[in-house]
Design a protein around this ligand. Sequence first.
Ligand code: C2E
Ligand code: CA
Ligand code: CA
Length: 490
Amino acid sequence: MIYLGYTIYVLLRNAAFIQKQKILYLFSGFGFVITGIVIQILFRQLQIQLFTEAVMLSLMTIVFENASLEVDNDLNIYKRKVFLEFYKTACDMKSKMTLIAVSLVNTEQLLSTLSSEEKTVAFRTVCEKISKMVGQNNVYAYTTEKYAIMLDRNKIENYNIAENDYLIALEAMFNQSWTIGNKKIYLNALVTVLHLPEDTENVTLDSAFHRGRDLNFIDSNMILRNNKDVDIIRKRTRMLNAVRRACENRSFLVYYQPIWSVDSQSFVSAEALVRMDDDELGFIPPDEFISAAEEYGLISNLGEIVLEKVCEFYANHHPEQYGIEWIELNVSPYQLGDANIVQKFAGLLHKYNVPVSFINLELTETVDVFRNSIFNDTLKQLKDFGFTFSMDDYGTGYSNLANLMSNNYKTVKIDKSLLWKATDKAGMDFLMITVNQLKSIKLQVLQEGVETKEQLDIITSFGGNLIQGYYFSKPLSDIEFIAYCKRFVG
Ligand code: C2E
Ligand code: CA
Ligand code: CA
């Protein structure tokens, strides 16, 4: 009786998760046990009650497993593991299902006013509303901020209309504010609709849930991607796979773009620029794959491979004999989230016997970076180890003078757009003031994107110290770069 009572209690508590067809099993199980108990009472010598109970319990375990183990405690929807299994089965069986992938976007910024308990409440509230809309059985957690809705198209009447209704309701839901405690917040969501099996070919779940960078939430708090956008997702998946392959095979290439010193009238440095030559996708410029690497957490790996290649380059060619005093190495702000970066970088320098003064780290500051205290901690550790820094892309984004005064930077790289806009008086004045400002706080000024003699003359007349650009050379392979240096040294 205790077993029976407990079973009923657990089932009631998880009633929302019980699928209809399973209720039949439930009642047959109870009927079976109660029959057993009745027989036992009537014919004491039969000893049948325990037998029926054991059979019923085994049946229940098989049919229901333990629902509470499958449900995420914070979100009160099915766990990721359950979703992944279900999704895989649906793909394998080529079931006609629809995945509606809901990814909350910019949650870090939007939720910065909430405490961590309030955040949990916010996410749970979103899940609750979605569950109410489509049925709790159909909602799964992909991560804390990403949820999957799985709909069986065979089981829903007038499926297309129903799907539309769901999407309209979702959008209405996100366009309202959420009251969390005594605070009001808005949440942005990216919603991707994939129809199984046709849309899922060559599309990973990661990319279905992937939150793009430049989403525009001006008209609505929800952006919908449907099968028209699947090609974009597919492209992104191919890119991600290419980056994964390149990380595994360490097959990134590093090119070097010479940097000219106005003061010493010689090449003193070069910027290391990563390239990917993929078997499937061909030669891909970094602008296309760096952001993919950042968003899928592969950037630390990529960054280490690039540094290792630069160290190998140093060990094999000793560019310092041609006057190359240091190499500019791009470091993504996301890499600074890796607590072990200092150790890893130090290890590589040690392994190839490269002096720390040979590497100057280029950073681009963005708004999310300033919020992050890890960024500043890591920066300090790198500095203490002996690394120096350049601020990259100055004049775009969020880089500002106050940060430059913090003494962390040796060089500032003025973004090419500032130089390219110096075609009239206003543009010239702006560039001149920028250079003067930077020099007045004792920073070295490096101008990138110098393509013509006129541009070179402008920036040198303003006092620029270092020059990088197609006027001197495009980025070159290591062999080409060494040949290039040799020609100049004579
Ligand atoms: P960036 O750091 O601003 O690098 C300079 C980019 O400008 C390079 O593009 C370079 O080829 C290009 N460039 C240089 N001189 C000229 C010029 O005179 N005219 C024009 N039109 N372009 C010029 P690239 O190699 O395609 O790199 C793009 C971006 O990818 C880089 O911008 C950098 O942000 C990122 N990146 C490259 N390598 C790495 C890396 O190893 N790690 C990380 N995290 N990012 C990297
Ligand atoms: Ca750079
Ligand atoms: Ca730059």
